[in-house]
Design a protein around this ligand. Structure first.
Ligand SMILES: [Zn+2]
Length: 129
């Protein structure tokens, strides 16, 4: 099992009491509500943190995050963040994610269009968690 600091979202060891990256006291954060904290981090002011949260939600296959990821995709102007969201929706693998990718194919941004097509053609979105 992989652990992440609930403050900076970098990877940590399960037995760490203090985050070696940002020095946050991890012992006061319990794993309970971890997914909610990650979803909250999607509104974090630093794009790097948002991007990391998106990535981790994909690894956790967080079905709860899907509707928040749709919102994030629509709100952000950042192409790389949009691509990360598409990857994560693919990773989570729910049917709504596939429908979303289908719609994104009509995007007027070439790289996003291509990525959505690739993800659909790879069949990855059908994978059940
Ligand atoms: Zn940290």
């Amino acid at each position: 099992m992989t652990y992440f600091c609930p403050v900076c979202w970098k990877e940590i060891k399960g037995h760490d009491k203090v985050c070696p990256h940002c020095g946050a006291d991890i012992s006061e954060h319990e794993n309970k509500g971890f997914e909610e904290k990650l979803i909250n981090a999607l509104n974090h002011p630093e794009r790097e943190t948002v991007q990391r949260a998106v990535y981790i939600l994909g690894r956790l296959k967080s079905v709860k995050a899907v509707k928040h990821l749709f919102v994030l995709f629509k709100q952000t102007d950042n192409t790389f963040l949009k691509l990360e969201v598409l990857n994560t929706l693919n990773e989570i693998g729910v049917p709504e994610g596939k429908e979303f990718l289908m719609k994104v194919i009509d995007s007027d941004v070439g790289i996003i269009k291509r990525m959505a097509k690739e993800l659909i053609n790879s069949g990855g979105i059908y994978k059940a968690s």
